[in-house]
Design a protein around this ligand. Structure first.
Ligand code: ADP
Ligand code: ADP
Length: 229
């Protein structure tokens, strides 16, 4: 099933001399359980693409469908609701709450969504376990290594069963060995949850482990193999 579909997406910023055309006719389909890596130079539009997919920004033309819902027709409230229920976001920096434990950080979005504390804790432990950090459940972010912090952030992003997971340079702040570990954990999680994932990364070695690599060229999303040809 396609969880995320972009059709003819156009996004530019500014006008006149300051006009920047980022996406001109971007097409992309990401299926359930599929991990797509976006590898492109800085400034190519990776963050813009992720913000569009996460419904933080709107395209000026084209269509973005999430779980078969055509998002252009949604009002602000419905967009926010779809973003909260369907999309999980992982950032380069973890943005965990420093005063709370790993378990509490992962439970927080579930409690906000109305789950009982017991249900939230069960789900949080399941995710921490899947990501190999269950023994760190009661540690606060400052008591965790960089790779552990990032795996907690991944668990938090996945807490409410998002069908689409977006990650912007999720290993950008980590050393190569830790990047490997975190990327593997993220990939395993995506397969386990059957989510569709779009991951922006500079790291070609990691990107190779994705199901598919795409790049951004001339405002289009192109298959990486084609782009090299
Ligand atoms: P990447 O994530 O690949 O580094 P971005 O999506 O952040 O690229 O940016 C793509 C281009 O769009 C850049 O040239 C950037 O300057 C421009 N851009 C991004 N956001 C804005 C904005 N809010 N206003 C004006 N220009 C922007
Ligand atoms: P790395 O070698 O990956 O950089 P660290 O040396 O920072 O990791 O941490 C090694 C282990 O020690 C980690 O599992 C982390 O949870 C734990 N740890 C790190 N800092 C603290 C701390 N201030 N309090 C408790 N445990 C910590």
């Amino acid at each position: 099933k396609p969880h995320l579909v972009l059709k003819g997406v156009h996004r530019h910023y500014g006008e006149g001399e300051k006009l920047v055309r980022v996406l001109e006719a971007a097409d992309l389909t990401v299926m359930s359980g599929e991990l797509v890596a976006i590898v492109a130079p800085s400034g190519a539009g990776k963050s813009t693409l992720l913000h569009l997919c996460g419904l933080l920004e709107s395209p000026q033309a084209g269509e973005i469908d999430i779980l078969g819902v055509s998002t252009s027709r949604l009002g602000d409230r419905a967009r926010t609701q779809l973003r909260r229920s369907a999309v999980g976001y992982v950032y380069q920096f973890h943005h965990l709450l420093p005063e709370f434990s790993a378990l509490e950080n992962v439970s927080m979005p579930q409690l906000i969504a109305g789950k009982s504390p017991a249900e939230a804790e069960k789900r949080s432990m399941e995710l921490l376990d899947l990501l190999g950090i269950a023994p760190r459940a009661s540690h606060r972010p400052a008591e965790l290594s960089g790779g552990e912090q990032q795996r907690v952030a991944i668990a938090r992003a996945a807490a409410n069963h998002p069908r689409v997971i977006l990650a912007d340079e999720p290993t950008g702040n980590l050393d190569p060995a830790t990047s490997d570990l975190v990327f593997e954990a993220l990939a395993a999680l995506i397969k386990n949850e059957g989510a569709a994932a779009l991951i922006a990364t500079h790291n070609h070695d990691l990107a190779r482990r994705a199901d598919r690599i795409v790049t951004l060229r001339d405002g289009l999303i192109v298959d990486h193999q084609l782009a090299l040809a």
